[in-house]
Design a protein around this ligand. Structure first.
Ligand SMILES: [Fe+2]
Length: 379
């Protein structure tokens, strides 16, 4: 027995399909990869490959591992995601390190209950991905607070002779997360400084909470914790990557009563308590956007990081370099990274790991040497 509801649904679906079929040639002409892929650390020995297209479609990553071809799709609860222009695929790190991958998206005009209108498929060039290859010296490029100033960030990065093995984007890449376009800016910076060929660590800044796309963005990274916090490693370096939430209390007028960092950070704190120190690591580094760890929405993270035997904690947010930040007493080294300066300049940091030491070197966008500091790792 057909109901009016069913009949209306069929008519609406038919109209949408006809519309999509007619629009397909025009949409196909403007369907392309608008942000090439970057490979993000997402915890528990996994990477998440993320790219975007100009129109909604599917996403998959293809590679061969130990003689077997893998086509890993962008899935959400058993279905292929088709409504989004941002595509993310989670892959074991062991599969991607020292391997080559390609990624592809097919445009989807519309998807109804029993029919979909599909457009053309765009495929990337093969990308050679690096991973830890036993090198004795490791370079990690740290960029905090880009704040939508990638040109001067690039000028600062150009001072370094060594190519990075690892990229750390330590929050506030954009000043607001009000739309998908803002998230695409994050993707563009990640690719600009990583080329999709080295791992990227992204920690969320306070500004990236602001706007309706903030919580959505966290889901895209598909981390094991489901928050923008996780642990990962690169050879002898163990990394604790934290989400410090907003920089004001939840009841501040600026959030209109629509932010609950208190609950989010409380969950993160419970997760932190479940971790144990990585005893095998030669270097244990904590990374978060906000520097004040002693009061994260009522939670003191200093004892937790102390128990995890963190050697060096790197924060951003203050927009100035301080190699010996000790506003909060802690038994580990604390460093403030630079990022965007008051006059729209930029300071970038290269961390060089080797010989039981971590050397931090900073340059600005005017080719000025900002400073250098060596942290001796005590074991
Ligand atoms: Fe910030």
């Amino acid at each position: 027995m057909y109901t009016w509801n069913m009949i209306v649904n069929v008519i609406v679906s038919a109209i949408m399909v006809i519309e999509a079929v007619f629009a397909l040639p025009f949409q196909s002409a403007v369907f392309f990869i608008d942000n090439e892929a970057s490979v993000f650390e997402s915890g528990d020995g996994m990477y998440t490959v993320i790219w975007s297209t100009s129109l909604p479609g599917t996403g998959c990553v293809t590679y061969t591992y130990e003689g077997e071809e893998y086509i890993v799709k962008d899935l959400q609860n058993s279905a292929v995601r088709t409504e989004d222009t941002v595509h993310s695929v989670r892959i074991p790190k062991a599969h991607l390190d020292h391997n080559t991958y390609t990624y592809a998206s097919q445009q989807i005009g519309t998807r109804r209950a029993y029919v979909a209108v599909k457009g053309r498929t765009v495929t990337s060039k093969p990308v050679a991905f690096q991973g830890y290859a036993g090198q004795e010296t490791i370079h990690a490029l740290v960029l905090s607070d880009i704040h939508e100033n990638p040109v001067n960030a690039q000028k600062a990065v150009d001072n370094f002779d060594a190519a990075p093995d690892l990229l750390v984007l330590n929050g506030d890449l954009v000043s607001y997360m009000t739309s998908e376009l803002k998230f695409k800016q994050v993707l563009s910076y990640a690719h600009q400084f990583s080329g999709g060929s080295i791992p990227v660590i992204y920690t969320r800044g306070n500004h990236e909470n602001r706007g309706t796309y903030g919580p959505k963005a966290v889901d895209i990274f598909k981390t094991s914790t489901r928050g923008q916090y996780f642990t990962c490693s690169y050879g002898p370096i163990s990394l604790l990557c934290l989400d410090t939430g907003e920089d004001k209390s939840d009841d501040d007028w600026t959030y209109s009563g629509l932010v609950d960092s208190t609950t989010y950070v409380a969950q993160e704190t419970e997760w932190l308590k479940t971790l144990t120190p990585d005893e095998d690591a030669a270097y244990r580094v904590g990374i978060a956007h906000m520097p004040n760890l002693n009061n994260r929405y009522g939670n003191n993270w200093i004892p937790l990081l102390t128990d995890l035997k963190i050697d060096l904690f790197v924060a951003g947010h203050k927009h100035r370099v301080n190699f010996e930040y000790q506003r909060q007493r802690a038994p580990f080294y604390q460093m403030l990274d630079g990022g965007k300066t008051n006059d729209d300049g930029f300071v970038a940091t290269m961390l060089t790991f080797g010989g039981g030491k971590i050397k931090a070197t900073c340059y600005d966008d005017q080719k000025n040497f900002v400073g250098e500091h060596t942290y001796e790792i005590k074991r």
